[in-house]
Write a protein that binds this ligand. Structure first.
Ligand SMILES: *Cc1c(COP(=O)(O)O)cnc(C)c1O
Length: 382
């Protein structure tokens, strides 16, 4: 039985366009397509975003960048109008390929900056490089004090052809958090120092949630990932009109009865109080239905008429390949072998599934796994 993940490319394109309108020109709205476009499939998502107008693509590492380069050169033929930015930077030994494939490294440490200077010397990458500053995330980037030191020697940054300063927000999804304003202030201070000592740099600070924090956070380029693939609370609050571009419907393998008092699944964690009817569904934790959803998640059975349906609970432990749903509330005969049960979609918001698993929508998306057949919906089928 094939499990199909339905991915709506028109919604992804429309989400990018909504974000692009929201930040408004000349701010460059890019697209973060790391982790195989949050597991929705870079090979399809990239061309859709390119055709929507996106020209800056952010990936995590060299492998992803080479994949992106291959996909995009099929679409647009040349290197000229697309920038591929590698957020994780350039690891030792990768410099040559960054130059050959015109990839933009985000230089995340002084060691990386130094290496880029020497390897890149004289042979500047046409798109220059980006320097990452740690303003409070504490993950990657130069400390502000380190930055102030390197900026004392403008020739040094010029040798690395640093053109942009980047930083990343730790609490953008909590608009009231005081760290947002603090990070903004530290970032601005570094930009001022650069203007005085080196040259004015362009700047990029905001991820999807950062975009929602408002114009102060947009600078020259924004880097939304999540918002391309799904809406989220803040995006709804600021009227962005984003939509979830993925739907998951899993096929029923078997319908069976569970007599009162009997248990179901590994560990016998669910016991029927009265006679129950169960649907065994193809798809388990190997497909991104986290085991934490056991006895917690709800899914949706559509009424045969198409109008309405039934919200039904997952019962027992989710196993590697199967999930069990209690369909006692659904009239007999509605669910049979081959019926499809909605796990993500109109009636089961991605965020609800994430909440049931006590995780975030990012983790649900990026765990969707390799076993699904990915079915793509396009505005104009070609
Ligand atoms: C993943 C990532 C993003 C995208 O973040 P979203 O919250 O998905 O929009 C932006 N910038 C950096 C540095 C990232 O690592």
């Amino acid at each position: 039985m094939t499990h199909t993940l339905t991915i709506n490319l028109s919604k992804i394109a429309a989400n990018w366009q909504a974000l692009n309108r929201f930040v408004s020109a000349p701010v460059d709205c890019g697209a973060v397509v790391k982790a195989d476009a949050y597991s929705l499939g870079m090979a399809e998502v990239l061309p859709a975003l390119y055709l929507a107008g996106c020209r800056t693509f952010y990936v995590a590492n060299l492998g992803e960048a080479l994949d992106a380069r291959g996909i995009l050169s099929d679409v647009c033929g040349s290197y000229s109008d697309v920038a591929i930015v590698v957020l994780g930077g350039c690891a030792p030994g990768e410099e040559r390929r960054f130059i050959d494939y015109r990839l933009v490294p985000v230089l995340v440490s002084t060691a990386m900056l130094e290496r880029w200077c020497t390897v890149n010397g004289g042979e500047h990458n046409v798109l220059g490089s980006i320097l990452k500053l740690n303003t409070g995330m504490g993950r990657l980037g130069l400390e502000p004090a380190e930055f102030e030191r390197v900026v004392q020697d403008p020739a040094y940054l010029a040798r690395a052809d640093v053109r942009m300063l980047m930083s990343h927000l730790a609490c953008a999804d909590e608009p009231e958090h005081s760290l947002n304003a603090e990070q903004l202030q530290r970032f601005r201070r570094a930009l001022d120092v650069s203007s005085e000592r080196y040259r004015p740099l362009t700047a990029s600070l905001a991820n999807s949630a950062g975009v929602c924090l408002g114009g102060d956070y947009h600078f020259n380029a924004v880097r939304p990932g999540l918002g391309l693939y799904t809406s989220f609370a803040q995006a709804d609050a600021c009227g962005l009109g984003l939509e979830t571009a993925v739907e998951l419907h899993l096929p029923v393998v078997q319908v069976r009865n569970l007599p009162a008092g009997e248990s179901v699944g590994y560990g016998a964690t669910y016991r029927a109080e009265r006679d129950a009817r169960l649907a065994v569904v193809a798809g388990g934790y190997a497909d991104g239905l986290f085991r934490a959803l056991s006895n917690r998640a709800h899914c949706w059975v559509c009424a045969p008429s198409g109008a309405g349906g039934w919200r039904v609970p997952v019962v027992g432990r989710i196993s590697m390949d199967t999930t069990i749903v209690d369909i006692s509330a659904v009239p007999e005969g509605v669910v049979a072998e081959g019926s499809r049960i909605e796990f993500i979609g109109e009636h089961v918001p991605l965020d609800d599934l994430a909440a049931s698993a006590q995780t975030i929508n990012y983790e649900i998306l990026t765990s969707l796994g390799v076993r699904y057949k990915r079915h793509y919906i396009r505005a104009n089928p070609s």
